[in-house]
Write a protein that binds this ligand. Sequence first.
Ligand SMILES: Nc1ncnc2c1ncn2[C@@H]1O[C@H](COP(=O)(O)OP(=O)(O)O)[C@@H](O)[C@H]1O
Ligand SMILES: [Mg+2]
Length: 277
Amino acid sequence: MAENRLAIRAVNKTFHVDGSALIALSDIDLDIAPGSFVTIVGASGCGKSTLLRIIAGLDAGEGEVLHGGQPVAGPSLDRGLVFQEPRLFPWLTVEQNVALGLENAPLDAAAKRRTVGSHLALVGLSAFAKALPRQLSGGMAQRVAIARGLVNRPSVLLLDEPFGALDALTRAHLQDELQRIWAHERITTVLVTHDVDEAVLLGDRVVVMAPRPGRIAHIFDIDLPRLRDRRSEELVRLRNVVLDALETVSGNSLAQEAVEPADRWRSLPIGDAALPA
Ligand SMILES: Nc1ncnc2c1ncn2[C@@H]1O[C@H](COP(=O)(O)OP(=O)(O)O)[C@@H](O)[C@H]1O
Ligand SMILES: [Mg+2]
């Protein structure tokens, strides 16, 4: 499966805004093995989306990205994309939205219908094939976006904070779904998130990015069986290790942003708050 390997070689990216230069990415080198699940975690603004866009071919920087040994020169159907917002067309049904991912595929109409149907089944939405996006919950809409990202059977799936806009319960449910889909399809997956829990729950490898300039600070291998239990002691221990690393490289204010609000409340010294000084 060497043809699926992603190799990111000496990637740099500078944005020029109002005459000043902002180094978004500095010397990024990363190898992503075929069939692996890599998560990239970092504080907001550290360059995660920029890196994912460069891997996708939506943007370019210095250096190169190789996909199966070939330089990435633009977007490709072989790299499926899922963003934070589902980006569905409101006037198209669920199955029509998924079929958009097949627009240029060399399949006849019947084969397209079958492929769309099997991918709706994969994300558990067969019953909603004829529904319109406004009839879906946020979690269901995001499942449609995942089906559309997978429908071409790309060799790589790229996800940019795909569950960031969902409530905690729906997010947990979709994280489990994604683990199940990944175990089923064994598709090379790169997921960007600011959520340490998510990064450690989902990744075989967790890449921790540091901000200003955006760079890779640490890589952790997470060798735990799937489906992973978010409450397991080992997972919580690893999560704390990664959180420590992220906080150290992000600086205090940014680390706070990268932590779930719930964690922030838990860390408040509530018992001391009412005591006189
Ligand atoms: N198109 C752009 N033009 C100028 N600056 C940008 C652009 N895209 C991103 N940036 C800047 O690059 C840095 C990294 O952004 P981004 O990759 O979106 O970070 P993240 O996804 O980690 O939050 C930020 O400082 C952001 O403001
Ligand atoms: Mg981003």
